[in-house]
Ligand binder design. Sequence first.
Ligand code: ADE
Length: 249
Amino acid sequence: MTEEAGRAPWKARVLTLFPEMFPGPLGHSLAGKALERGDWCLETMDIRSFALDKHRSVDDTPFGGGPGMVMRPDVVDAALAAALVPAADGRPIGPAIYLSPRGRVLTQALVKDLADGPGCVLLCGRYEGLDERVIEARGLMEVSLGDFVLSGGELAALALMDAVVRLIPGVMGAAETLAEESFERGLLEYPHYTRPAVWQDRAVPEVLLSGHHEKINAWRLRQAEEVTRSRRPDLWAAYAKRAEPKRKA
Ligand code: ADE
């Protein structure tokens, strides 16, 4: 285990009706190797094992009518109670997150906050959703991947963990790669090129072949600004606002 001095590895506890979906893609590549090394931990808990009746039911019809089924608050609460027990050293596991299209949209800032903490509990919904009372009673943080509807929270939980795990020291190769990538500076990434220098009559921008690092960095910053300005006015406005006091000074 390659823990950072005295720090327990980052831990995700996933509550799901489909535990076999994990670690899924996170068992491969850099995240998978880090999981094997013990740089992070993944535990799944089957929500159905907290069912209270002999039919092992986890959902029921919605009060007020309407389509679909709703996950029962008593069953989900029992699963959350088990998932939220602190570690042997008394450390809490971290926030309880419910993956839902109604949540705040996942950002790199939230990913960083989670990576800086001890871990989190990830509750994956299915069916029409979860009884609102358990969201309130447990103060769940609702997090969405974006304005689209998945058939359950599992893929969202995998995406969230992927984003967190790659920030754990030792998981990714070069630290500079992280510092320059999209969102780290509030900008989208500049374009990348590799060999061959000319491909299908398209030449790589001259400056990248110059070996002049200052010019290359300046060109990359201009490109990152341009791509952000044209594609993501929301990010551009926030970036420009942050840059403003510096320009005035
Ligand atoms: N579950 C269903 N849709 C989702 C989304 N967009 N984000 C997170 N969890 C979800």
